[in-house]
Design a protein around this ligand. Structure first.
Ligand SMILES: [Zn+2]
Length: 310
């Protein structure tokens, strides 16, 4: 079918619904609509500003088995989000070791080299494209430092969801695809975890699964009532400690009873600063721009307008 050459363009609502009903269950009509909006937004900016803006040609799988369709979508997303490499014969690559084409600063998309700083200045699409379920914008989810809360460019990794941090980012369209990819993978992990084979693997590795009745867990919880109010604080720490090496929660178990007698929280400023430096390679002007955009978002939130409006 020739019309599938550019699946994201010129689709009517009805066609979108049909596409959403097929293949990957997580690629809902709402998700497709966000995808479409990202693409249209980018093209509009391109036309208005004369910025060279790429178009991401993602073709949703239409495989009848939703799990296989998701697998295919994940594979395709990885391919599309891979940072652009220089060719083997390019002297930059073999003489200077600069493997990646767009790896200079955090204002540039690592896939297509699109100037995201320019884009944001004209129209901050990161703020307009949201998760179709939570309503949180890409800006809120990915463009803020988890530790400081300061606005900061998202940093791409050389193997997309893992690997070394690059110095570039993703443009709004690639960023949205990256977000979807993460959701699909999380869903896949969740399902794999329930797979009986996975359980057998764990048992083989000496992990035994014992179901403990909730009541007995509660009785054994040694946390004194006075400390219970700190639980949300610790939950937050647990979450952030996954994102940065600067937060460490140390437990010292009592060798006799096996209970956690001492818990220490360590904030390591040196590591924060090091991480910030590694993550932050923006120019001064770009950082200022990010600050302005964040202030705008705060205003929107305070005004109760939300961030999803167009
Ligand atoms: Zn891009």
């Amino acid at each position: 079918m020739m019309s599938w050459n550019r699946p994201q363009q010129n689709l009517t609502e009805a066609e979108l619904a049909i596409l959403a009903a097929q293949g990957n269950n997580q690629l809902t009509q709402a998700a497709l609509q966000e995808m479409l909006m990202a693409q249209q937004g980018m093209q509009e900016v391109a036309a208005a500003q004369n910025i060279e803006v790429p178009k991401v040609n993602f073709y949703p799988s239409r495989h009848p088995d939703p799990k296989k369709a998701r697998r295919k979508d994940i594979k395709q997303a990885y391919k599309l989000l891979q940072p652009a490499k220089r060719s083997w014969i390019n002297p930059f690559r073999w003489a200077l070791g600069r493997k990646y084409r767009y790896n200079k600063d955090t204002g540039t998309c690592v896939v297509d080299g699109c100037n995201c700083a320019n884009l944001i200045q004209h129209d901050n699409l990161y703020m307009k494209i949201s998760d179709e379920e939570t309503g949180r914008s890409l800006w809120e989810m990915y463009w803020q430092n988890p530790v400081t809360g300061q606005p900061e460019a998202f940093i791409a990794q050389d193997r997309v969801t893992s690997g070394k941090k690059m110095r570039g980012t993703y443009c709004p369209e690639h960023m949205h695809l990256y977000h979807l990819l993460n959701k699909w993978e999380a869903e896949e992990d969740k399902q794999n975890e329930m797979n009986p084979n996975r359980l057998r693997d764990k048992v083989k590795r000496g992990v035994s699964i014992v179901t403990v009745p909730i009541s007995s867990v509660k009785k054994n919880d040694p946390t004194p009532a006075m400390l219970q109010k700190y639980e949300p604080f610790f939950a937050e720490l647990e979450r952030d400690s996954g994102k940065t090496k600067g937060i460490n929660i140390l437990h010292y178990a009592n060798p006799a009873t096996g209970q956690n007698d001492v818990t220490m929280v360590v904030f390591d400023l040196r590591i924060f600063q090091m991480e910030l430096q590694q993550m932050n390679m923006p120019t001064q002007a770009f950082q200022e721009l990010l600050n302005v955009e964040n202030a705008k978002m705060q205003q929107n939130l305070d005004g109760g307008l939300g961030t999803g409006e167009v």
